[in-house]
Every structure is written in C-alpha cells, then in structure tokens.
Design a protein around this ligand. Structure first.
Ligand SMILES: Nc1ncnc2c1ncn2[C@@H]1O[C@H](COP(=O)(O)OP(=O)(O)OP(=O)(O)O)[C@@H](O)[C@H]1O
Length: 297
C-alpha cells in the first residue's frame, strides 16, 4: 500500500460571506483517507497563515490547502514559495482569482474531490517591492479600490461592484515613469496591473492572454479613463477579450520598474499594501507547486 501524503488544511474562519457550511466536517467526509493523512488548523489572526504554511513546508508536508479567499491563498502560498510542498485551494472568497484560473471548482465538495483526483503542476509567481503575488498586483485605481474595500465592513461581489461604480469616474490618473522591456517612457497611469493569472477573480479578465507557466508577467496599462473607455474595458474584461488599444495597452515582460513624483497606492492579490513612489515588479518563474484538477496542465 502506498504511504498516504501529508496534507494540512489552513482555514481562515473569517473569509467568505455566504455559507455557514462546516468545512472541516466536509473535509472529514470527502477527503480520500487512503491518499491523505490530514490535519486541519484555523488561522487566529491576519498574517497567521504564512507561518502555519511555512511550518508545514519545513516539516515536509506534501500539500497545504488554503481555505479562504485570495487573501488567504496569498498568505498560504507565501509560506510555500520555492518549497516542494504543493498549494491546494478550497475557494471560499468572493473573487477566487487563482482558483478560477487553475480551473479549481467553486463548489466546496467538488474542490475537495479535486484534491483526491488532481495532480501537481508548477506555476510562476510575481513580486511587487518584494511582496509576493500569485494572481495579480497593481498600482493606481485597483489598489485604491482595495484600500477602500479593506476598510469596508460589508464584503462580497456586490459591495465590490458598487464601490467600483461609485469611484471609477472620480479617480484621477497620475504621471509615472515606467521601464518595461528595457524601454523607459513617461505616461499617465490610471491603473497599471501586473498579471500572473489571466483574471482578477469573478471571471474579470485583466490579462486574457496570461499564461501562468510562461515565466512572463502580463502588464495592462490604462493611461486615462473616460466613460467610453470604461465601458469598453469592462465589456472586454467580462468577455475575456483584449480592450481596444486606445483603452488599454498590454505588455509581456519579466521585470517592470515604475517611479512617480508623489506616492501611489499598490496592492498584491487585492490586499492593499500602502503607497510608494518606486516600484520593482518581478517574475519568479515556476516557483510554486499547486494541486490542479486532472486534465489541467
Ligand atoms: N483568524 C483571522 N482573523 C482575522 N483576519 C484573518 C484571520 N485569518 C485571516 N485573516 C485575514 O482575512 C483577510 C481576508 O481573507 P480572504 O481574502 O481570504 O477572505 P475574503 O476577504 O472573504 O475573500 P475575498 O477577498 O475573495 O472577498 C486576509 O487579509 C487575512 O489576513
């Protein structure tokens, strides 16, 4: 009989708005006990998950599963970077960008079964000012939204969409100097997104051509926004198309530098990180193992 793999589930009890399903109970019921010897731990505070994940990676666990939204996935994955331990995801947030990109089912039961039947793939990760991200990071409007969202008591997709609609036309672009693919240029910047996965979450595709195993970042630059561009961009994001060139420009690269006169907000995987005037964004090719469904590379 093969030896069961060690798997640790890290549950963020605060994530998600909807279900009161007892995740631990479903794991007990559905996880393949021949394949896995498992344990379940709960985060006790924001920032606890990287420690719980790293501790398991150092102890040689085969898989550590993030049970939560993109914030929890980011924290767990940070603790596993460059290790042999694979990340699993049971999506419980409102966006679930990385899980969707990897075709991990949104239903809890199906996602647990994916752990039973899936396989391990290796993906790229990115970093912005040395803070790792797995789905996308960005400066400008999307970071501003993450800052407002962070201070909002109400969570979930509806709150997010209401917030974007309220703020989208009043947010002002800023002048920045950017270096991409060794070319330095000055530009207005409403938002500059650095995508590892194709979507932010909720099937909103900021970088439809992104490939998570190609060693490249997909940069999407929106210089200025007016109503027509906002409509074009929203339509294209929701239909997985590139926006028209006067709405957004796209670049594939491994490294981006940005500097600004006045500090600008930034985020990683939707978590607001503050304001800076200098940014260095990098790819770390094939630096994270993940459990993906059978049939997904
Ligand atoms: N036990 C805890 N108590 C308070 N905060 C926690 C705890 N565990 C994790 N967190 C924090 O919760 C934050 C939000 O987590 P996460 O993104 O997974 O859920 P969510 O906000 O419901 O999902 P989404 O971002 O998709 O809406 C993370 O930044 C994380 O640091």
């Amino acid at each position: 009989m093969p030896v069961p793999a060690h798997i640790r589930f890290i549950i963020n009890p605060t994530s998600g708005t909807r279900s009161r399903v007892n995740v631990a109970e479903r794991i007990e019921q559905l996880l393949d006990k021949d394949k896995y010897k498992h344990e379940i731990v709960f985060t006790e505070y924001a920032g606890h998950a990287p420690k719980l994940a790293k501790e398991a990676a150092d102890a040689g666990y085969d898989v550590v599963v993030a049970v939560g939204g993109d914030g929890t996935v980011n924290e767990v994955a940070r603790g596993l970077l460059h290790s042999e331990t694979a990340l699993g995801i049971l999506p419980k947030g409102s966006g679930n960008g990385l899980a969707r990109h990897l075709k991990i089912p949104m239903s809890l039961d199906a996602a647990i079964k994916t752990l039973n039947t899936g396989h391990v793939a290796t993906i790229d990760t990115g970093s912005i000012n040395n803070h790792a991200f797995f789905t996308a990071a960005g400066i400008g409007f999307d970071a501003y939204i993450s800052s407002v969202f962070a201070g909002n008591k109400k969570r979930g997709l509806q709150t997010y969409v209401e917030l974007v609609m309220k703020e989208v036309m009043s947010y002002k672009h800023m002048p920045v100097k950017a270096t991409i693919n060794k070319k330095t240029f000055e530009t207005d910047c409403y938002v500059m997104a650095f995508a590892n996965a194709a979507q932010y979450g909720n099937n909103a595709y900021i970088a439809p051509l992104a490939d998570i195993e190609d060693g490249l970042l997909d940069v999407c630059l929106v210089r200025k926004l007016d109503l027509v561009k906002a409509l074009n961009l929203s339509y294209c994001m929701l239909t997985k198309q590139l926006a028209s060139p006067d709405s957004a420009e796209y670049f594939k690269t491994t490294h981006v530098k940005v500097s600004t006169q006045s500090p600008i907000m930034y985020h990683a995987d939707g978590e607001f990180l503050g304001e800076e005037s200098e940014f260095e964004v990098q790819m770390n090719p094939l630096s994270l193992k993940v459990v993906v469904p059978a049939g997904v590379n």
